[in-house]
Design a protein around this ligand. Structure first.
Ligand code: HEM
Length: 219
């Protein structure tokens, strides 16, 4: 196992794990958005969707543990890479940070990632925790739509989703680069796909709080 621990502790190993966990999280986001879009159809459709997850509870619990591990590995590798880069080359880092090579998206990844993390903590605390561990007397649909009727809560979601879009835009192309798919000819295409993916995710998730704020919050 010596080679394995050497690999995960090497710079390329950390990048590899960031890329791999990032791709898995991107797939989760697609599934999560599709499920959440049933909120637009109405209470019955969303309750059916949530009910299906409920009947699969043991499997969902296993997936949640895997998902939490993926998030932890992603955040841990990201912080270590950022810290090591900074420590190894503080001056060069500052110069590179403004070079043409690095975009606003790559320079702000740690910042956007941190805000997405704060978002996730608030998100789980308002939706997932009460739904699984509290006797609220409310359906999941009521919890979600009730929260989005609050302008402060909805605004926070929309801002977090814009930053999530920035994070995904950089993360997508970065993962492909790590896996060696950065051929000159195809990379611009990969970058475009990444940007389309990031916009779809940010706009798709942000559309929910905006819709329920307008329709229920009396705006
Ligand atoms: C408008 C946007 C969103 C809505 C309406 C929404 C809705 C929900 C709901 C209702 C749950 C609870 C599910 C349950 O208890 O069975 C949940 C869980 C969760 N959400 Fe979201 N979500 C949104 C955006 C996001 C985003 C952007 C992320 C990631 C960055 C995310 C990550 C998670 C995770 C990790 C869970 C716990 C795992 C799970 O139960 O599926 N969500 N979400």
């Amino acid at each position: 196992m010596g080679w394995f621990s050497r690999f995960i502790n090497s710079s390329i190993g950390k990048k590899f794990f960031m890329g791999l966990t990032g791709v898995l999280l991107m797939l989760f986001l697609i599934m999560h958005l599709i499920g959440n879009l049933t909120l637009f159809i109405g209470e019955k459709a969303f309750t059916n969707y949530a009910g299906t997850l409920e009947t699969l509870r043991p499997i969902v619990r296993v997936i949640e543990v895997i998902l939490a591990s993926i998030f932890i590995i992603h955040i841990y590798s990201g912080i270590r890479l950022w810290w090591e880069n900074k420590k190894a080359n503080p001056k060069q880092y500052a110069v590179n940070a403004k070079s043409k090579e690095s975009s606003i998206f790559s320079r702000t990844t740690v910042f956007t990632g941190s805000i997405v993390f704060i978002f996730l903590v608030v998100h789980l605390q308002t939706f997932w925790y009460p739904n699984n561990f509290e006797e609220t007397g409310k359906s999941l649909y009521q919890i979600v739509t009730g929260s989005f009727a609050n302008p402060v809560y909805s605004l926070f979601y929309v801002l977090a989703m814009i930053l999530l879009g920035f994070h995904l835009n950089h993360g997508f192309q970065s993962a492909f680069q790590t896996f060696g798919w950065n051929h000159k000819k195809y990379f611009p295409f990969i970058q475009k796909v990444g940007t389309i993916y990031a916009i779809l995710m940010a706009a798709g998730f942000a559309s929910l709080p905006i819709y329920f704020l307008i329709s229920r919050g009396g705006m």
